[in-house]
Design a protein around this ligand. Structure first.
Ligand code: IFM
Length: 443
């Protein structure tokens, strides 16, 4: 597929790629880094599909200069990475570990040397294990600890990071990590996980002030969204759709934009104290939107624990994760956010969008991934349609630069524009990398 017929994007549109610390860095024992909940979880037999861990991952900690060169070759204007809290504070409290921060200092400088804006996420799920032992996100104190950590990072990098992202996908961390237990820390609390939502949002709000006190750069949060497709036409099916939408798409956005918590089935507001909602509603400069696919919903059986049932959506091509490829969902989501929140909505950047396929080098060592090219083409067109419909979208980050360690799926899912041979750590740009490079160069 050529890039000739691609729509244009507004001047200043931010082209980026995203990664996260535990998924690529490796070097989990280097320079005083403490253990995180993902070290513990990955080392627990039976938790990860292929029995792997993030101990080495893509060895980015040692190969970051090679990876920044790949970013520069791609021509992106921004790189979204995450900072590992246990590198900065090995036990989640106290003074910063200088060597841990030095790594991010070097990375940021290397990015700037190549004219790539550093976009730093403070929390992409790797909570220091010591904080988990003290209650994790069920404990209100973790929010205060997060603000201290944000202050330490901003004191060191606040002059050079161009966009801060406080949290990555707090909904996924709450639901998969604490509701269903398939991610770290592996808790199966179902509705008992709601304090995790509130304490993450409180942490976000406190961190917004901490960052603003040290850095003039804009602040955002990256939420995961999935537009709901209701299957079935009964009132119960529609009510199930509304319930799921509130849980997935509104729980972490309504309070952020000053609307308080939406009505969510089973929501327990016991953790909410006077003044918290004001802290959470501290204005952000950008809303980060992570989108992968829509969710099919219908009413659950009468005695089911949840009031909705998630059902597969037919009629779409599928990724190796079996997720439907639905660019229309991204357009609907962006337009829907604008419709729902109106002038409360800050500019949006799509902070993650991508797909996993079973990419294998051919006999010549080249990696052809036409499905990913089609995916990116479709999703970029969807963003353009949303802009045409009046939504202020100012950036698009592909997940991910590299094939990497995909959480409970281990190394079995490849999301990268660049193929990684995990035995040799050899990086091979896929055909989607070349396509995106040419696409960006046309701007
Ligand atoms: O790999 C993850 C990332 O860490 C968070 N968003 C979704 C991606 C794909 O599953």
């Amino acid at each position: 597929m050529t890039t000739a017929s691609m729509p244009e994007f507004p001047a200043g549109f931010r082209w980026g790629v995203s990664t996260s610390a535990y998924q690529i860095e490796g070097a989990t024992g280097a320079d005083g880094r403490g253990p995180s909940i993902w070290d513990t979880f990955a080392h627990t037999p039976g938790r990860i599909a292929d029995g792997s861990t993030g101990d080495v991952a893509c060895d980015h900690y040692h190969r970051y200069a090679e990876d920044v060169a790949l970013l520069a070759g791609l021509g992106v204007s921004a790189y979204r990475f995450s900072i590992a809290w246990p590198r900065v504070q090995p036990t989640g409290t106290g003074a910063a570990d200088a060597a841990g921060l030095d790594f991010y200092d070097r990375l940021v400088d290397e990015l700037l040397r190549h004219d790539v804006d550093p976009v730093a996420t403070l929390f992409h799920w790797d909570l220091p294990q010591s904080l988990q032992d003290a209650g994790g996100w069920l404990a209100r104190d973790t929010a205060a600890r997060f603000a201290e950590y944000a202050d330490l990072v901003a004191a060191r990098l606040g002059d050079r990071v161009r966009l801060w992202i406080t949290l990555n996908e707090p909904f996924i961390h709450m639901s998969l990590g604490h509701g269903m237990g398939v991610h770290a820390p592996g808790q199966v609390l179902l509705f008992g996980a709601f304090p995790v939502a509130h304490h993450q949002l409180l942490a976000h709000g406190l961190a917004v002030s901490a960052l603003r006190a040290r850095s003039a750069s804009p602040v955002a949060i990256a939420n995961n969204y999935s537009p709901v497709r209701v299957l079935g036409d009964s009132d119960a099916d529609r009510a199930a759709g509304v319930a799921y939408d509130a849980l997935h798409n509104r729980l972490f956005t309504d309070p952020l934009l000053g609307l308080g918590y939406p009505e969510v089935p089973g929501f327990d507001a016991g953790a909410v104290r006077a003044g918290d909602l004001d802290v959470i509603a501290a204005p952000v400069d950008v809303l980060g939107v992570n989108y992968y696919s829509p969710t099919g919903i219908r009413a659950a059986e009468a005695d089911a624990p949840l009031p909705f049932e998630i059902v597969p959506l037919d009629g779409y091509p599928r990724t190796a994760f079996d997720w439907p490829v639905a660019p229309d969902g991204l357009r609907d989501l962006l337009v829907g956010l604008r419709g729902r929140y109106g002038d409360r909505l800050p500019p949006i950047q799509v902070t993650e969008s991508g797909c996993a396929y079973d990419d294998v080098p051919d006999a010549d060592g080249r990696v052809h991934d036409p499905e990913r090219i089609a995916y990116l083409d479709g999703h970029l067109r969807a963003v353009r349609e949303a802009i045409d419909a009046g939504v202020d979208v100012t950036g698009y980050f592909v997940w991910s630069l590299l094939d990497n360690w995909e959480w409970a799926e281990g190394f079995t899912k490849r999301f990268g524009l660049v193929h990684v041979d995990y035995a040799t750590q050899r990086r091979t740009p896929k055909s989607s990398y070349t396509w995106l490079r040419d696409r960006i160069a046309r701007r």
